[in-house]
Design a binder for this molecule. Structure first.
Ligand SMILES: NC(=O)c1ccc[n+]([C@@H]2O[C@H](COP(=O)([O-])OP(=O)(O)OC[C@H]3O[C@@H](n4cnc5c(N)ncnc54)[C@H](OP(=O)(O)O)[C@@H]3O)[C@@H](O)[C@H]2O)c1
Length: 293
């Protein structure tokens, strides 16, 4: 077996959180734009997540836009003291639902105030600076202006902790010269492992790594090898994909997204799955086999 338990907690900003959290992006309408088909169902998912012990929710005011944060507020405000809500800045939505970069200091200030208002908070726990890069993958370039602007908002007491999203190793180093960085949120999952070295480096620094698209995102991971392993150990492929991430490194925090109570329950059970060394080796081989390593 691997040498740490896949459950437990890891530090995220002001407190340790359980390693399995919840990503709220799926609660907006189709294409993460507009209201969901069933608002009551979205509220039920959030309430059950928190009642079941989830203490880390990932969101953004550009989901909807505004819709996801407003649903979180309606479902959970006043928030439990132990709930860490992480949001992100860096984009706004076009009238057609497009994702438009909004990374100037005045955009970030406006974004912080939008999040505070729609979530009903005086201070945001953790704010990820989402660099737009090549949309789903990072691209090199200075992020000094953005991190400096966030550090100023932190000094003003509007932001407690700063994280980064969709960033390169060089950008993380540059940001660390300006402010304390508590988490990195990049694209990573069983079949998309470009950040393998980065994850281990962040673990040695005690920094949380929060993969986005942990289940593959808009097109959940499909792999016959994954399905075979899942069947062998009596779990679902999505549970195994999440359990693999929990075993991968102790600083990985999960935020699988779902609009479904059934999927929420299924995903939460992944925290209990123990994967043997033999199973981990089979799963480790899937990424390279899919040619996405
Ligand atoms: N920083 C960034 O740039 C960035 C980008 C994307 C996402 N994020 C964050 O990361 C979180 C997770 O990403 P994500 O939601 O895009 O992708 P994901 O967690 O990889 O996958 C979500 C998709 O998987 C489906 N799903 C969830 N559980 C399932 C299960 N047990 N069985 C079958 N299908 C299942 C969901 O559909 P159902 O709704 O039908 O369950 C949805 O289509 C988001 O909520 C967001 O907070 C951040």
């Amino acid at each position: 077996m691997s040498n740490f338990t896949p459950t437990g907690t890891f530090e995220l900003g002001r407190r340790p959180v359980h390693r399995l959290g919840y990503g709220a992006m799926q609660l907006a309408g189709p294409g993460v734009f507009g209201p969901p088909k069933d608002r009551d169902a979205a509220i039920a998912v959030l309430r059950e997540a928190v009642a079941s012990g989830i203490d880390h929710i990932d969101t953004s005011d550009f989901y909807g836009p505004h819709v996801t944060n407003q649903i979180i507020r309606e479902a959970l405000h006043p928030y439990r003291d132990d709930l860490v809500i992480v949001t992100k800045l860096g984009a706004v939505r076009g009238e057609d639902g497009g994702w438009l970069p909004a990374m100037e200091p005045e955009d970030l200030r406006r974004g912080v105030h939008d999040n505070l208002r729609n979530l009903g908070l005086d201070t945001l726990d953790v704010v990820n600076m989402r660099i737009m890069g090549n949309i789903h993958s990072p691209a090199e370039g200075s992020i000094e202006k953005q991190v400096t602007a966030l550090a100023e908002l932190q000094r003003e007491g509007l932001v407690r902790h700063i994280g980064l999203s969709n960033v390169t190793v060089n950008q993380i180093a540059e940001a660390q010269g300006i402010a304390k960085i508590v988490c990195i949120q990049n694209h990573y999952n069983l079949v998309h492992r470009e950040d393998d070295t980065l994850i281990d480096e962040l673990a040695s620094q005690g920094i949380a790594y929060v993969p986005f698209f942990p289940l593959g995102g808009f097109t959940p991971i499909q792999s016959s090898e994954l399905s075979t392993v899942a069947q062998t150990i009596g779990a679902t492929p999505m549970q195994v994909a999440l359990a693999w991430l929990l075993h991968r490194a102790p600083n990985i925090l999960l935020i699988p997204g779902t609009s479904s109570l059934a999927h929420l329950r299924e995903n939460m059970q992944a925290a209990q799955l123990r994967l043997s060394d033999a199973v981990l080796a089979e799963l480790d081989a899937i990424g390279p086999a899919n040619g996405e390593h």
